[in-house]
Design a protein around this ligand. Sequence first.
Ligand code: 2NE
Length: 270
Amino acid sequence: RNWQTIKEYSDILFQYWNGIAKITINRPEVYNAFRPETNFQMIEAMEYSREHPEIDVIILTGAGDKAFCSGGDQNVKGVGGYVGEDGVPRLNVLELHKKIREIPKPVIAMVNGYAIGGGHVLHVVCDLTIASENAKFGQTGPKVGSFDGGFGSSYLARSIGQKKTREIWFLCQQYSAQEAMEMGMVNKVVSLEQLEDATIEWCEIMQQRSPMALRMIKRCLNAELDGQHGLMQLAGDATLMYYLMDEAQEGKKAFLEKRKPDFKKFPKFL
Ligand code: 2NE
């Protein structure tokens, strides 16, 4: 595939091909661990992917054949967060989680190796996960002095249940791709050689589906968990759909034409 670079970054590759954006964490020397800059770059890539209508679906993956992402870079973990080049400690991966959930397009985690710690959370937050047979899944927080009580645990529990989630977090063991699929947190397992083809195949199927229907189903599935914020996102799309109706256009037209709106002429849906 002729992937075209959308923008050059230090920590990620951001590429485009046939309606698909691919974000690759490109720090193989640390098993694609993220530092604040990595997250800022992924957040920007997500924002670009949201704003550009030629992009239908987004793939998130890691460089090489060893790791998808090994979580926060332990080399830059300071007091109060991961310390970036500006010297400020941050946990800005949480902002990335929000972007992945908010973008009204499917995001697929293409897990090509270890998905560990905050890297495991990243695949959990994505809409779908396709994993290679060599992939390994697990949390390490309680082993290395961290935890993610947000989507990394509450959303995981909604996906695979409380008992398994507590096992994963309390024991900090690793699970094979097959085990992860049996738990329900991975959609499909293929060989490493087939990983990109299988992921593209699913992207292309979704590209044939109604974008608005995909958008709404993602919003509705999120809304249940995301409280007032989720309702706000869903309500925003309800407003979008209302704006598409002649009934809504009538209100604006009447205002501009300085007359009373006539909403009676539109059909009522009972
Ligand atoms: C990923 C894992 C299990 C792989 O083990 P193994 O034995 O196959 O490889 P190795 O030798 O440990 O790692 C290969 C190289 O990658 C670096 C290692 O230091 C090593 O470098 P060299 O010695 O060859 O120079 N590396 C791997 N993970 C790294 C990391 N996260 N930061 C910096 N360098 C890393 C094994 O490497 C592992 O368990 N890694 C640590 C996973 C981890 O604990 N991550 C942080 C969890 S906390 C978190 O991510 C988090 C959160 O809990 C809540 C919010 C936000 C973040």
